[in-house]
Ligand binder design. Structure first.
Ligand code: ADP
Ligand code: MG
Length: 361
Protein backbone atom coordinates (compact mmCIF):
# COMPACT_ATOMS: atom_id res chain seq x y z
CA UNK A 1 0.00 0.00 0.00
CA UNK A 2 1.34 3.40 -0.98
CA UNK A 3 0.80 5.91 1.82
CA UNK A 4 0.44 9.59 1.01
CA UNK A 5 -0.46 12.43 3.41
CA UNK A 6 -1.65 15.90 2.41
CA UNK A 7 -0.02 18.27 4.88
CA UNK A 8 0.22 22.02 5.33
CA UNK A 9 -0.27 23.96 8.53
CA UNK A 10 -2.06 26.67 6.59
CA UNK A 11 -5.80 26.23 6.06
CA UNK A 12 -7.49 26.76 2.72
CA UNK A 13 -4.56 25.77 0.49
CA UNK A 14 -6.19 22.71 -1.10
CA UNK A 15 -5.42 19.72 1.18
CA UNK A 16 -8.98 18.43 1.33
CA UNK A 17 -9.76 19.25 -2.29
CA UNK A 18 -6.63 17.35 -3.37
CA UNK A 19 -7.24 14.42 -0.99
CA UNK A 20 -10.79 13.91 -2.28
CA UNK A 21 -10.00 14.37 -5.94
CA UNK A 22 -6.75 12.42 -6.02
CA UNK A 23 -8.41 9.56 -4.09
CA UNK A 24 -11.40 9.56 -6.46
CA UNK A 25 -9.27 9.67 -9.61
CA UNK A 26 -7.03 6.83 -8.36
CA UNK A 27 -10.16 4.78 -7.59
CA UNK A 28 -11.46 5.47 -11.09
CA UNK A 29 -8.15 4.14 -12.46
CA UNK A 30 -8.92 0.85 -10.73
CA UNK A 31 -6.77 1.31 -7.62
CA UNK A 32 -8.24 0.29 -4.26
CA UNK A 33 -8.11 3.48 -2.21
CA UNK A 34 -8.66 4.24 1.47
CA UNK A 35 -9.14 7.90 2.36
CA UNK A 36 -8.50 8.80 6.00
CA UNK A 37 -9.56 12.19 7.35
CA UNK A 38 -7.56 13.39 10.35
CA UNK A 39 -9.17 16.84 10.42
CA UNK A 40 -11.88 17.44 13.07
CA UNK A 41 -13.44 19.95 10.68
CA UNK A 42 -14.71 16.93 8.74
CA UNK A 43 -14.46 18.59 5.33
CA UNK A 44 -13.60 15.33 3.54
CA UNK A 45 -16.94 13.87 4.60
CA UNK A 46 -18.79 16.96 3.36
CA UNK A 47 -16.90 16.96 0.06
CA UNK A 48 -17.94 13.36 -0.52
CA UNK A 49 -21.57 13.90 0.44
CA UNK A 50 -21.51 12.21 3.87
CA UNK A 51 -23.32 14.06 6.63
CA UNK A 52 -21.12 14.37 9.71
CA UNK A 53 -24.08 14.36 12.10
CA UNK A 54 -24.66 10.72 11.10
CA UNK A 55 -21.18 9.73 12.19
CA UNK A 56 -21.15 7.01 14.85
CA UNK A 57 -17.92 5.29 13.97
CA UNK A 58 -15.26 7.80 13.02
CA UNK A 59 -11.50 8.26 13.15
CA UNK A 60 -11.80 9.30 16.80
CA UNK A 61 -13.06 5.88 17.92
CA UNK A 62 -10.31 4.22 15.87
CA UNK A 63 -7.41 6.35 17.12
CA UNK A 64 -8.50 6.13 20.73
CA UNK A 65 -8.59 2.32 20.48
CA UNK A 66 -12.35 1.89 20.97
CA UNK A 67 -12.95 0.04 17.69
CA UNK A 68 -10.74 -1.58 15.03
CA UNK A 69 -10.42 0.48 11.85
CA UNK A 70 -12.38 -2.18 9.92
CA UNK A 71 -15.53 -1.14 11.75
CA UNK A 72 -15.20 2.53 10.81
CA UNK A 73 -14.53 2.02 7.10
CA UNK A 74 -17.32 3.14 4.78
CA UNK A 75 -17.55 2.09 1.17
CA UNK A 76 -18.28 5.38 -0.63
CA UNK A 77 -17.73 4.70 -4.32
CA UNK A 78 -16.41 1.85 -6.42
CA UNK A 79 -12.82 1.21 -5.16
CA UNK A 80 -13.05 4.14 -2.74
CA UNK A 81 -13.44 3.56 1.01
CA UNK A 82 -13.00 6.14 3.76
CA UNK A 83 -12.67 6.59 7.49
CA UNK A 84 -14.08 10.02 8.18
CA UNK A 85 -14.01 12.48 11.04
CA UNK A 86 -16.05 15.08 12.78
CA UNK A 87 -15.61 17.59 15.57
CA UNK A 88 -15.28 14.84 18.21
CA UNK A 89 -11.76 14.21 16.91
CA UNK A 90 -10.66 17.58 18.30
CA UNK A 91 -10.62 15.92 21.77
CA UNK A 92 -7.95 13.43 20.65
CA UNK A 93 -4.95 15.60 21.46
CA UNK A 94 -6.15 16.25 25.01
CA UNK A 95 -7.27 12.69 25.70
CA UNK A 96 -3.90 11.36 24.57
CA UNK A 97 -1.74 13.88 26.46
CA UNK A 98 1.16 11.93 27.97
CA UNK A 99 -0.03 8.57 26.57
CA UNK A 100 2.78 6.33 25.31
CA UNK A 101 3.16 5.89 21.54
CA UNK A 102 0.46 8.44 20.86
CA UNK A 103 2.03 9.38 17.50
CA UNK A 104 1.73 5.74 16.36
CA UNK A 105 -2.02 5.24 16.82
CA UNK A 106 -2.86 5.50 13.13
CA UNK A 107 0.08 3.31 12.11
CA UNK A 108 -1.00 0.65 14.59
CA UNK A 109 -4.64 0.73 13.51
CA UNK A 110 -3.71 0.32 9.83
CA UNK A 111 -1.88 -3.00 10.35
CA UNK A 112 -5.15 -4.92 10.13
CA UNK A 113 -6.19 -3.68 6.72
CA UNK A 114 -3.08 -2.59 4.85
CA UNK A 115 -3.17 -5.51 2.43
CA UNK A 116 -6.68 -4.55 1.32
CA UNK A 117 -5.66 -1.32 -0.43
CA UNK A 118 -3.27 0.01 -3.07
CA UNK A 119 -3.37 3.59 -1.79
CA UNK A 120 -3.88 5.34 1.52
CA UNK A 121 -4.62 9.05 1.18
CA UNK A 122 -4.61 11.06 4.39
CA UNK A 123 -6.19 14.49 4.79
CA UNK A 124 -4.78 16.51 7.71
CA UNK A 125 -5.84 19.47 9.84
CA UNK A 126 -4.25 22.91 9.35
CA UNK A 127 -1.61 22.47 12.07
CA UNK A 128 1.40 20.27 12.76
CA UNK A 129 0.04 18.77 15.99
CA UNK A 130 -0.55 15.23 17.19
CA UNK A 131 -3.13 14.37 14.52
CA UNK A 132 -0.90 15.48 11.65
CA UNK A 133 2.00 13.59 13.22
CA UNK A 134 -0.05 10.41 13.30
CA UNK A 135 -0.53 10.88 9.57
CA UNK A 136 3.14 11.62 8.91
CA UNK A 137 4.38 8.65 10.92
CA UNK A 138 2.03 6.35 8.99
CA UNK A 139 3.20 7.68 5.60
CA UNK A 140 6.10 7.34 3.22
CA UNK A 141 5.10 10.29 1.06
CA UNK A 142 3.85 13.80 1.73
CA UNK A 143 2.19 16.19 -0.67
CA UNK A 144 2.27 19.82 0.46
CA UNK A 145 -0.32 21.82 -1.47
CA UNK A 146 0.58 25.49 -1.72
CA UNK A 147 -1.52 28.31 -3.10
CA UNK A 148 -0.35 31.69 -4.39
CA UNK A 149 -0.19 33.25 -0.92
CA UNK A 150 2.96 31.23 -0.18
CA UNK A 151 4.83 33.22 -2.72
CA UNK A 152 4.22 36.51 -1.04
CA UNK A 153 6.71 37.72 1.56
CA UNK A 154 7.41 35.10 4.26
CA UNK A 155 5.36 32.23 2.94
CA UNK A 156 8.17 30.37 1.22
CA UNK A 157 10.50 30.53 4.23
CA UNK A 158 7.73 29.19 6.45
CA UNK A 159 7.12 26.36 4.05
CA UNK A 160 10.80 25.34 4.11
CA UNK A 161 10.70 25.45 7.94
CA UNK A 162 7.68 23.15 7.92
CA UNK A 163 9.47 20.66 5.68
CA UNK A 164 12.50 20.67 7.98
CA UNK A 165 10.37 20.18 11.11
CA UNK A 166 8.50 17.30 9.48
CA UNK A 167 11.72 15.53 8.49
CA UNK A 168 13.43 15.99 11.83
CA UNK A 169 10.52 14.95 13.98
CA UNK A 170 9.27 12.01 11.98
CA UNK A 171 12.66 10.28 11.91
CA UNK A 172 12.08 8.18 8.81
CA UNK A 173 12.60 9.09 5.21
CA UNK A 174 9.67 10.85 3.59
CA UNK A 175 9.35 11.81 -0.02
CA UNK A 176 8.05 15.37 0.12
CA UNK A 177 6.57 17.01 -2.95
CA UNK A 178 5.03 20.42 -3.43
CA UNK A 179 1.81 20.81 -5.41
CA UNK A 180 0.79 24.26 -6.62
CA UNK A 181 -2.98 24.67 -6.23
CA UNK A 182 -5.54 27.35 -6.97
CA UNK A 183 -3.14 29.19 -9.27
CA UNK A 184 -4.52 31.73 -11.73
CA UNK A 185 -2.09 31.70 -14.63
CA UNK A 186 -4.02 34.36 -16.46
CA UNK A 187 -2.54 36.90 -14.05
CA UNK A 188 1.09 38.05 -13.95
CA UNK A 189 1.31 37.02 -10.31
CA UNK A 190 0.07 33.53 -11.16
CA UNK A 191 2.74 33.15 -13.83
CA UNK A 192 5.45 34.41 -11.45
CA UNK A 193 4.36 31.83 -8.88
CA UNK A 194 4.84 29.02 -11.40
CA UNK A 195 8.30 30.36 -12.31
CA UNK A 196 9.38 30.62 -8.68
CA UNK A 197 8.17 27.12 -7.96
CA UNK A 198 10.23 25.68 -10.78
CA UNK A 199 13.30 27.64 -9.66
CA UNK A 200 13.10 26.75 -5.97
CA UNK A 201 11.79 23.21 -5.98
CA UNK A 202 12.55 21.67 -9.41
CA UNK A 203 12.05 17.89 -9.09
CA UNK A 204 10.56 18.34 -5.60
CA UNK A 205 7.38 19.79 -7.07
CA UNK A 206 4.77 18.17 -9.27
CA UNK A 207 4.83 19.15 -12.93
CA UNK A 208 1.04 19.37 -12.73
CA UNK A 209 -0.34 22.67 -11.53
CA UNK A 210 -3.92 22.85 -10.24
CA UNK A 211 -5.42 25.97 -11.76
CA UNK A 212 -8.07 28.09 -10.12
CA UNK A 213 -11.44 26.62 -11.05
CA UNK A 214 -14.70 27.67 -9.43
CA UNK A 215 -16.29 24.32 -10.34
CA UNK A 216 -14.18 22.72 -7.55
CA UNK A 217 -15.90 24.81 -4.93
CA UNK A 218 -19.31 23.99 -6.40
CA UNK A 219 -18.51 20.26 -6.60
CA UNK A 220 -17.52 20.24 -2.90
CA UNK A 221 -20.74 21.98 -1.91
CA UNK A 222 -22.71 19.26 -3.75
CA UNK A 223 -20.67 16.55 -1.99
CA UNK A 224 -19.07 15.32 -5.21
CA UNK A 225 -15.52 14.90 -6.48
CA UNK A 226 -14.87 16.77 -9.72
CA UNK A 227 -14.88 13.57 -11.82
CA UNK A 228 -18.56 13.17 -10.96
CA UNK A 229 -19.52 16.82 -11.08
CA UNK A 230 -18.03 18.14 -14.30
CA UNK A 231 -15.79 16.29 -16.75
CA UNK A 232 -15.22 19.32 -18.92
CA UNK A 233 -13.66 21.81 -16.53
CA UNK A 234 -9.98 22.68 -15.98
CA UNK A 235 -9.91 21.09 -12.50
CA UNK A 236 -11.01 17.76 -13.94
CA UNK A 237 -8.09 17.80 -16.39
CA UNK A 238 -5.62 18.99 -13.73
CA UNK A 239 -6.51 16.30 -11.20
CA UNK A 240 -6.42 13.64 -13.94
CA UNK A 241 -2.94 14.85 -14.83
CA UNK A 242 -1.82 14.79 -11.20
CA UNK A 243 -3.14 11.23 -10.86
CA UNK A 244 -1.13 10.17 -13.94
CA UNK A 245 1.99 11.70 -12.38
CA UNK A 246 1.40 9.86 -9.12
CA UNK A 247 0.82 6.58 -10.98
CA UNK A 248 4.00 7.08 -13.01
CA UNK A 249 6.00 7.48 -9.81
CA UNK A 250 4.66 4.09 -8.76
CA UNK A 251 6.14 2.46 -11.85
CA UNK A 252 9.49 4.17 -11.17
CA UNK A 253 9.46 3.07 -7.53
CA UNK A 254 8.71 -0.53 -8.46
CA UNK A 255 11.70 -0.57 -10.82
CA UNK A 256 13.93 0.77 -8.04
CA UNK A 257 12.70 -1.78 -5.54
CA UNK A 258 13.33 -4.74 -7.80
CA UNK A 259 16.88 -3.41 -8.23
CA UNK A 260 17.24 -3.19 -4.46
CA UNK A 261 15.97 -6.69 -3.95
CA UNK A 262 18.44 -8.09 -6.44
CA UNK A 263 21.47 -6.65 -4.70
CA UNK A 264 20.91 -4.00 -2.04
CA UNK A 265 23.21 -1.61 -3.93
CA UNK A 266 20.55 1.02 -4.38
CA UNK A 267 19.80 1.22 -0.70
CA UNK A 268 23.41 1.95 0.07
CA UNK A 269 23.51 4.44 -2.78
CA UNK A 270 20.21 6.00 -1.71
CA UNK A 271 21.43 6.46 1.80
CA UNK A 272 24.64 8.17 0.81
CA UNK A 273 22.84 10.42 -1.63
CA UNK A 274 20.94 12.35 1.03
CA UNK A 275 21.83 16.04 1.06
CA UNK A 276 24.26 16.70 3.92
CA UNK A 277 22.25 19.52 5.49
CA UNK A 278 19.36 17.16 6.21
CA UNK A 279 21.51 14.29 7.47
CA UNK A 280 21.76 10.67 6.48
CA UNK A 281 18.84 8.28 6.35
CA UNK A 282 20.05 4.92 7.63
CA UNK A 283 18.01 2.17 6.01
CA UNK A 284 17.82 -1.51 6.84
CA UNK A 285 15.56 -4.33 5.73
CA UNK A 286 14.60 -6.36 8.79
CA UNK A 287 11.58 -8.32 10.02
CA UNK A 288 8.63 -6.29 11.23
CA UNK A 289 8.64 -7.71 14.76
CA UNK A 290 12.38 -7.09 15.31
CA UNK A 291 13.77 -4.37 17.54
CA UNK A 292 16.10 -2.40 15.32
CA UNK A 293 18.58 0.15 16.68
CA UNK A 294 21.68 1.94 15.54
CA UNK A 295 24.77 2.95 17.51
CA UNK A 296 27.88 4.78 16.39
CA UNK A 297 30.30 7.64 16.86
CA UNK A 298 27.41 10.07 16.31
CA UNK A 299 25.44 8.94 19.39
CA UNK A 300 28.35 7.85 21.65
CA UNK A 301 27.52 4.24 20.80
CA UNK A 302 24.28 4.38 22.77
CA UNK A 303 21.75 2.43 20.64
CA UNK A 304 18.70 4.41 19.47
CA UNK A 305 15.66 2.98 17.73
CA UNK A 306 14.86 2.98 14.02
CA UNK A 307 11.27 3.40 12.85
CA UNK A 308 9.41 0.85 10.80
CA UNK A 309 8.21 2.07 7.42
CA UNK A 310 6.93 0.22 4.44
CA UNK A 311 8.02 1.09 0.94
CA UNK A 312 5.62 -0.75 -1.32
CA UNK A 313 4.78 -3.32 1.37
CA UNK A 314 8.37 -4.10 2.37
CA UNK A 315 9.24 -3.74 6.04
CA UNK A 316 12.08 -1.25 6.03
CA UNK A 317 13.60 0.33 9.11
CA UNK A 318 14.84 3.89 8.86
CA UNK A 319 16.27 6.70 10.89
CA UNK A 320 17.30 10.17 9.85
CA UNK A 321 20.44 11.24 11.71
CA UNK A 322 21.74 14.76 11.14
CA UNK A 323 25.50 14.42 10.46
CA UNK A 324 28.12 17.07 9.81
CA UNK A 325 30.79 16.22 7.20
CA UNK A 326 33.24 13.70 8.63
CA UNK A 327 33.86 9.95 8.95
CA UNK A 328 31.77 7.83 11.29
CA UNK A 329 31.77 4.22 12.47
CA UNK A 330 28.49 2.50 13.34
CA UNK A 331 26.65 -0.79 13.80
CA UNK A 332 23.03 -1.92 13.77
CA UNK A 333 21.63 -3.63 16.85
CA UNK A 334 18.90 -6.12 15.93
CA UNK A 335 17.13 -7.70 18.89
CA UNK A 336 20.21 -6.95 20.98
CA UNK A 337 22.65 -8.47 18.45
CA UNK A 338 25.31 -6.04 17.14
CA UNK A 339 26.14 -6.29 13.44
CA UNK A 340 27.70 -4.16 10.68
CA UNK A 341 25.48 -2.64 7.94
CA UNK A 342 24.85 -5.39 5.33
CA UNK A 343 24.47 -2.72 2.64
CA UNK A 344 27.83 -1.07 3.30
CA UNK A 345 31.08 -2.68 2.10
CA UNK A 346 33.30 -0.28 4.03
CA UNK A 347 34.22 -1.81 7.37
CA UNK A 348 37.02 -1.58 9.94
CA UNK A 349 38.09 -3.82 12.81
CA UNK A 350 36.17 -3.02 16.00
CA UNK A 351 38.97 -4.62 18.09
CA UNK A 352 36.35 -6.76 19.82
CA UNK A 353 36.47 -9.54 17.27
CA UNK A 354 33.99 -7.96 14.84
CA UNK A 355 33.65 -5.16 12.32
CA UNK A 356 32.23 -1.63 12.36
CA UNK A 357 30.69 -0.08 9.24
CA UNK A 358 32.28 3.15 8.07
CA UNK A 359 30.51 6.11 6.55
CA UNK A 360 32.04 9.29 5.17
CA UNK A 361 29.76 12.29 4.82
N1 ADP B 1 -8.01 24.99 -7.61
C1 ADP B 1 -8.98 25.62 -6.92
N2 ADP B 1 -9.75 26.55 -7.52
C2 ADP B 1 -10.74 27.18 -6.85
N3 ADP B 1 -11.05 26.94 -5.57
C3 ADP B 1 -10.32 26.01 -4.92
C4 ADP B 1 -9.25 25.31 -5.54
N4 ADP B 1 -8.72 24.46 -4.64
C5 ADP B 1 -9.42 24.62 -3.49
N5 ADP B 1 -10.38 25.55 -3.64
C6 ADP B 1 -11.35 26.01 -2.65
O1 ADP B 1 -10.63 26.64 -1.60
C7 ADP B 1 -11.21 26.33 -0.35
C8 ADP B 1 -10.17 25.68 0.54
O2 ADP B 1 -9.74 24.45 -0.02
P1 ADP B 1 -9.52 23.13 0.87
O3 ADP B 1 -9.16 22.04 -0.04
O4 ADP B 1 -10.69 22.92 1.76
O5 ADP B 1 -8.25 23.58 1.73
P2 ADP B 1 -7.62 22.95 3.06
O6 ADP B 1 -8.12 21.55 3.17
O7 ADP B 1 -6.15 23.03 2.85
O8 ADP B 1 -8.07 23.80 4.20
C9 ADP B 1 -12.39 25.43 -0.62
O9 ADP B 1 -13.56 26.19 -0.65
C10 ADP B 1 -12.10 24.86 -2.01
O10 ADP B 1 -13.28 24.55 -2.71
MG1 MG C 1 -9.12 20.66 4.80
Amino acid sequence: MRRIALVNQKGGCGKTTTAINLASCLAKEGKKVLLVDLDPQGHSALGLGVKTDQMEKSMYEVLSGKIPIREAIRALRENLDAVLSDVVLSAFEQVMAGAPEREYKLTQSLRDIENNYDYLIIDSPPSVGLLTFNGLVACDEVIIPVDSSFFSLNGLGKLLDTIRIIEEKVGHQLTIKILATNIDRRTRFGREVVEKLETYFREDCFKTIINTCTRLREAASFGQPIIEYDERCAAFRDYQKLTKEVLNEEAEMKAKISAVESGLELEAEGRLKQPAQRGIVFTLKAPEDAMVQIAGDFNNWVPEGLHLTRSMARPVWQKLIPLKPGTYEYKYVIDGRWMPDPANDKVVDDFLGGMNSVLSV
